[in-house]
Design a protein around this ligand. Structure first.
Ligand SMILES: [Zn+2]
Length: 87
C-alpha cells in the first residue's frame, strides 16, 4: 500500500521536477552566449543525427578572447548561440 502511494507521489512530482529543471537549463542557455567545446561537439552530433548529415568535418566559430559561440558544419549548417534578449 505504501509502495503504491510512494509511486503515485513520485509519478506526480517527478515529471514536474524534470520540467522545472529543463526550463531552468533552457533559461540559462538562452542567457549564455558562450558555449564550451564539448557543448559545440554535442550540438553538432545532434545535428548530424537530426538532419542525416554525414559530414565528418566541422569548424568552431570563435569570437574575441577565444570564446566559442557556435560551429559550422561541412554541409553548410551553421549554429550560433543566440544573444541574450536584453535590449
Ligand atoms: Zn552537417
Amino acid at each position: 500500500m505504501m509502495d503504491v502511494l510512494m509511486n503515485s507521489v513520485f509519478m506526480t512530482v517527478g515529471p514536474c521536477l524534470v520540467i522545472g529543471v529543463a526550463f531552468g537549463v533552457a533559461a540559462l542557455a538562452k542567457r549564455n552566449q558562450v558555449i564550451s567545446f564539448d557543448d559545440a561537439k554535442l550540438i553538432w552530433t545532434m545535428h548530424t543525427k537530426d538532419s542525416g548529415c554525414n559530414q565528418r568535418k566541422w569548424q568552431i566559430i570563435k569570437r574575441k578572447k577565444n570564446k566559442i559561440v557556435g560551429f559550422r558544419c561541412e554541409c553548410g549548417y551553421e549554429y550560433k548561440q543566440k544573444r541574450p534578449l536584453f535590449l
